[in-house]
Ligand binder design. Structure first.
Ligand code: SF4
Ligand code: SF4
Length: 279
């Protein structure tokens, strides 16, 4: 049963992080801006929730770019599902690079129970090298979140070779926040192996509230959940996951959810389906 979706509301970003796999030349051709009626996707999700009486549908406004570059549109999408958010039938979240956050935006997310996570790669030395010297800017945004919400936000940290070398410093950096940390494995040219990543996660889990999952994504330390209960919408299409936009789409974005059948072959879910397709 589909009970999770991510919607990529844009394909653009104001940063150019060294490891960003969304904007590589291989993916760029699959991510040309295309019309996508997000309201019709939201209608389909609402109908699906009602039809199957889904207790909580998890919806991420995350994808191939920085969502706050299109905050006006995001604002409209959130208002469009505000009754489902208020009733806790949709649990919505977004993830930002933190550079465009204001207290007004944070107040709006709070009012509508939209969780906002911040991408921060731990200590300044590593973050600044990978994420365009934005560490102090993101920290200011995180403190602003704290001021508005009286707690620290969830954070996302990409784990690459530098992180492995400074594993202890990275864990120490996140410890004082007490919030949930999603570590994701760096892939691509400077990426690390799944075994290296899992070894880091085991260490981090002893001291931090680390997101791990069952059938979710190996990038976050879980099993590959591709084709099970999640849809990724981008560029006018539906895909099995956000990393698979260069594989064939599984449907047009406006297709009612009941008609979306991922139909992917059996594979070892302790590894990444996408990587198995690219061998
Ligand atoms: S903030 Fe995210 S989308 Fe933007 S360049 Fe960095 S990794 Fe890519
Ligand atoms: S195909 Fe790979 S990137 Fe996609 S959900 Fe599975 S493990 Fe994650």
């Amino acid at each position: 049963m589909i009970d999770r979706a991510c919607i990529s509301i844009n394909n653009r970003c104001n940063l150019n992080c060294t490891y960003c796999h969304f904007h590589t030349t291989e993916k760029a051709i699959h991510l040309a801006e295309a019309e996508m009626n997000v309201f019709s996707i939201l209608d389909n999700i609402k109908q699906h929730i009602d039809k199957y009486d889904i207790e909580v549908f998890k919806l991420g406004f995350v994808g191939n770019g920085e969502p706050l570059l299109d905050y006006e549109a995001l604002h409209e999408y959130i208002e469009y599902i505000s009754d489902y958010l208020a009733a806790n039938r949709i649990a919505a979240y977004t993830i930002t690079n933190g550079t465009l956050i204001t207290d007004e935006i944070l107040g709006f997310f709070k009012e509508h129970k939209v969780n906002v996570g911040f991408s921060i790669d731990g200590i300044p030395e590593i973050h600044n090298k990978l994420r365009c010297n934005t560490h102090s800017e993101v920290m200011k945004a995180i403190e602003l979140y704290h001021l508005v919400n009286d707690c620290y936000p969830s954070m996302n940290c990409t784990v690459g070779r530098d992180t492995l070398k400074k594993a202890e410093d990275t864990i120490v950096f996140f410890e004082p926040f007490g919030s949930r940390i999603t570590f994701s494995r760096m892939i691509g040219a400077d990426g690390i192996s799944l075994d290296e990543f899992r070894c880091f996660l085991d260490k981090a889990k002893q001291r931090l509230n680390v997101r791990t999952g069952g059938y979710d994504c190996t990038m976050y330390g879980g099993m590959c959940g591709a084709g099970i209960n999640n849809i990724f919408y981008a560029n006018g299409n539906a895909y099995i996951c956000g990393n698979c936009v260069d594989l064939s789409p599984i449907a047009k974005a406006e297709t009612p959810i009941d008609y979306i059948k991922p139909n992917i072959p059996e594979f070892d879910r302790s590894s990444c389906f996408k990587e198995s397709q690219c061998l």
